[in-house]
Design a protein around this ligand. Structure first.
Ligand SMILES: [Zn+2]
Length: 228
């Protein structure tokens, strides 16, 4: 699809700035405040409109992010949403999670993936891949109705759904011999049904484990009250 012209005065300033970056500056290249003023003479708040692009996933580095740059320079690192397309300028990407907030969430989550329980650097049981933790935004239905976005720690594999999953059938088979007779019988019934019957407590435990921190605390308080 052909890009609209950045000089099209009918487009808003932010859209024109985005098109100017793509068609004049080019990804990876540096531009100066003077370049920007020359391209948009007399346009008030051009700097601010340019910064607004960051809310749409555009990465523009200043000398705060990239020490090689001068104070009057910026680098157009990567483009984000095609804001000039109909409807796109209204969709803002979620604000980035700060490094401090990430550390806080991971630490409160016990430094483990809340889905599978793996810790950073630990190998997955089915491969030699080492786990890396990440933060996910979980939509949590609230007790009073409505939903809220809560942050929760997940490993990269749980986030992407095991895309790089590699399995080891031999290892699985070898592990079978380590089970006792009772365990083997239970496993055989699950295998026959191709389904594991979770007890109510186990089911609740699994659900509790995947809750983000705010919801875990709420659950825990309710449990404490119920067991007093
Ligand atoms: Zn995981």
């Amino acid at each position: 699809m052909e890009l609209p012209s950045w000089e099209d005065a009918k487009l808003g300033t932010m859209k024109r700035a985005a098109l100017w970056l793509v068609s004049v500056v080019g990804e990876g290249n540096v531009f100066t405040k003077a370049d920007l003023r020359d391209a948009f003479p007399g346009t008030s708040q051009i700097d601010r409109r340019m910064r607004d692009l960051r809310d749409h996933g555009w990465r523009l580095d200043t000398n705060r992010e990239d020490a090689r740059l001068d104070s009057h320079e910026q680098r157009f690192v990567t483009r984000g949403a095609a804001v000039w397309e109909p409807g796109m300028a209204r969709v803002k990407s979620a604000p980035a999670i700060s490094a401090n907030r990430r550390r806080e969430v991971i630490s409160r989550d016990g430094n483990l993936c809340r889905c599978c329980g793996i810790t950073p650097g630990e190998e997955y049981p089915d491969s030699y891949e080492k786990a890396q933790l990440d933060i996910a935004r979980r939509t949590v239905a609230q007790p009073g109705g409505g939903t809220a976005i809560e942050l929760v720690t997940e490993c990269k594999r749980c986030r992407v759904g095991g895309r790089d999953l590699e399995v080891d059938g031999g290892k699985t088979l070898a592990s079978l011999s380590r089970l006792g007779v009772m365990e083997k019988k239970i496993l055989a019934s699950w295998v026959a049904a191709d389904q594991r019957d979770f007890g109510a407590v186990e089911l609740l435990w699994a659900q509790y484990r995947t809750l983000p921190e705010e919801s875990r605390l709420r659950f825990r308080a309710a449990l404490d009250r119920a067991t007093e």
